[in-house]
Design a binder for this molecule. Sequence first.
Ligand code: HEM
Length: 381
Amino acid sequence: MQDVPDPFREARRAGPVMKCPFHGEDITMILRHGDVRAAAKDWQTYSSDAPFRVPIPSEEKVRSIRQLPIETDPPEHTEWRAIVNPFFQQAKEPEYIARVESLINDLLDHALKKETLEVVGELALPYQSRALTYLLKVPESEANTWIDWGVHVFRGEGGTFKKGIVLEDYLNEQFDRAEKKPGEDFFSALVQANFQGRPLTREEMLGFGNLTFAGGRDTIIHNVSSIIAYFNEHPSQLSFLREEPKRLIHATEEFIRAYMPLTQIGRVCPVDTNVLGTPVKAGERIGLGWAPANFDEAVFDDPETIDLARKPNPHLSFGFGKHLCLGAAHARLLIRILLKALSERIEGIEVIEAKANIEHEKSFDRANGFDSLMVALTARV
Ligand code: HEM
C-alpha cells in the first residue's frame, strides 16, 4: 500500500544526486539520507552565507533583505540564532501546551457546528496563526490580521512567490511600535538586541521577522491539511491513536517525515566542488534533498507507507546540523495536539472535495498539501 508516492525513488536508486533545473539554474540535489546529513553538517563546503539563495527557487525577486539566522554561516550564525532562541524554547512549557490545546478545541468546537469545513482556510490557517501569537508573545488578536492576509500572501498560484510587501509593511509597523514602547514580545526583543556589541539595523530585524512568518506558515498548513486527508483514507487510525496516547509521539514524527513540506533547501559551493561525483562550480548551488532523504529505503522500511508506530524515525524534516529548525518544538507540539484532539473528539473524516497542491518542476512532480480541502467531520458520541 502506497500512502505517499515518492517521486525521487528511481533517481535515488540510480545515483546519489539528481540535476534539478530551476529558473535557468541547474541545481545538483543530494538524495540519500547519509549524504544529505553529511552535507548539512559541512557548512564550509556547502554554505548558507548566500542572501536569497537558501530557498529553492531563490527569492531575489521577492524580498530585499537577507533572512536571519538562516542565510548565514557559523560563527556569526551562532550569535544571530541566540538572539531569538528563547522565544522558540517556550513550546516545552506546560502553560504554552495548555494554550495550544485549548486553541485546537475551540477550533474543533466551531468546525463540528458546520456541515462542511474547508480545512486550509478554516482550520489550518487559524491554528497556525493563533499559535504563532503565543510563540511571539503578542496579543492573540494580531492573528486576525495574519488570517486576513489569506493563505497565498507569500505564494501565488502554482508555488510562485509574491513580493512580500504586506509582510514588510506589517513588520515595519511592529518594529516602530516596539521602538516607541518596548514590551516582552518578539519585535521588542529584536529592537533591543545586540549583535557583536551593536544594535541591529532595521534590515536585520526585518530579516528575522520575514523568516519567522514565511518559514512557519506553509509548512504547518500543509502538514495539517495532509493529516486531515490521511484520516479519510485510514479511519481506524484515529482509534489506534486514541487507545494509547503514547502513540501520539511516534505518529507526530511519522506525519512530519512523510508530509515534509520543504522538498529541498539550497547551499552555495564557495569553490569548485566534487559533489558525490558531480562537479559543481564555485558560486553554484546544491540542494539538500530533505524529502528524498526521508524516503531512503536504506534507512526507512517501506518508506511510502505511513506507519504511525514507526521507530526509530531519523527523518530530516527539521534539517540537520547548525540550522536545525528553530520552530521544531512548536511545530511538533501543534501536530501532536492536533492528533490528540482529533483522536479524542472525531469519529470520522470524509473528504468531499480536494484540490491538491502539486509542485510541478522540470525534474519532478511532488504533492505537497492542499490548496483547498473540503471535509465533513463526524463527532464521537
Ligand atoms: C529552519 C523545516 C516549522 C522557523 C528550518 C530548516 C528546515 C525547517 C528543514 C533548516 C533550514 C536549513 O538547513 O537551511 C520546517 C518544517 C516545519 C517548520 C518542516 C513544520 C512542519 C517552523 C516554524 C517556525 C520555523 C513553525 C517558526 C515559527 C525556522 C527558523 C529556521 C528554520 C527560524 C532557521 C534556523 C537557523 O538557521 O538556525 N526549518 N520548519 N520553522 N525554521 Fe523551520
